[in-house]
Design a protein around this ligand. Structure first.
Ligand SMILES: [Zn+2]
Length: 319
């Protein structure tokens, strides 16, 4: 590789990103990264301040996790050039689940079987949340999954299991989440999202990333409350929803309409083949979408309200 060319590209990239950030890109607060430097994130967000190398390296050597540096018998690993400016977080998604079993059993299964999550939120009215897997490690919670074109989300996510029986007692009855449990989930998710700078649209349910295969965290999970009270996850603006309801097309059976729906769901993050046909997979994805954003009715039909919410979300988060 031509290093000179790479250097020049890097410099022009730096200038471009700085300009972008000062013009219109909203500066997003991202913790765990040093100040006095320009960082580029995969989402195109930049945190831009001036470089001050003399204090930069010194101040950040303290932040190195000494356990995560190679310890060699014959060589010293130098941190003189730490940190490189080209880096971002490995964790990009936050995935929420329900366990479908009680707390005791959840602890047993999630620590002794071939399934796990980083955190377990019990259903007791106490002050405890269990850490089961270190955040730097991969937990096995997502399985076959996809979001925004990225598969196998175990690699790139933090997983939270919430103790809730879901619809295990009856197919049409979902167990509610008590308020004290949601408060735990709210604080925990807020902390994680802030530390990793996770985008609102990357806070998802298992059902979103595995539609049809997984129903959790189910239609009673209060996504709207999480958004309004903790600033976690995505939610549409009512004014946009009402606007789009008026634009709901009269012919909802045409290939054109179905293709548009599939493209819109794709754009938001769901994995869905664009076939132009209202096929089984499309219905499964619509049900997952409704469970998240229109839980009052999740029948897999793209009615006016469902359609308008989808459009409003894309307008807000994927313009
Ligand atoms: Zn799950």
């Amino acid at each position: 590789m031509n290093l000179n060319r790479l250097l020049l590209t890097g410099i022009s990239c730096f200038i471009f990103l700085s300009g972008c950030a000062t013009q219109k890109t909203p500066v997003k607060k991202v913790n765990k990264v040093p100040t006095n430097q320009t960082y580029k994130y995969s989402q195109g967000t930049t945190v831009n301040t001036s470089i001050n190398n003399s204090t930069q390296n010194k101040s950040n050597i303290d932040k190195i996790d000494k356990n995560n540096i190679a310890k060699l018998k014959d060589y010293k690993v130098s941190t003189d050039y730490f940190p490189s400016i080209s880096q971002d977080e490995r964790v990009r998604f936050l995935v929420l689940h329900y366990t479908a079993i009680n707390t005791d059993l959840s602890l047993k299964v999630l620590t002794q079987k071939d399934v796990s999550a980083h955190y377990l939120v019990n259903d007791y009215d106490d002050k405890t949340i269990n850490l089961l897997v270190d955040e730097t490690k991969r937990a096995w919670h997502a399985g076959v999954s996809s979001w925004k074109g990225i598969d196998n989300l175990n690699f790139t996510s933090i997983g939270i299991e919430i103790v809730n029986l879901g619809n295990t007692t009856s197919p049409n009855y979902y167990a509610p989440y008590p308020e004290y449990q949601i408060k735990k989930v709210g604080q925990l998710t807020q902390d994680i999202v802030n530390r990793y700078g996770i985008l609102p649209t990357n806070v998802v349910g298992h059902s979103d990333i595995a539609p049809g295969r997984k129903p959790d965290p189910g239609p009673l999970f209060p996504w709207k409350q999480l958004y309004t009270e903790y600033g976690v996850g995505a939610w549409y603006d009512d004014v946009d929803k009402l606007l789009f309801i008026d634009e709901y097309p009269w012919d909802t059976t045409s290939t054109y309409f179905v293709t548009d729906v599939q493209n819109s769901l794709n754009k938001y993050g769901y994995k869905i083949p664009v076939t132009g046909i209202m096929d089984t997979q499309t219905k499964k994805v619509i049900i997952a979408f409704q469970m998240h954003f229109r839980p009052e009715k999740y029948d897999g039909t793209i009615d006016a309200e469902t359609w308008a919410i989808l459009k409003a979300l894309n307008k807000k988060y994927n313009p």
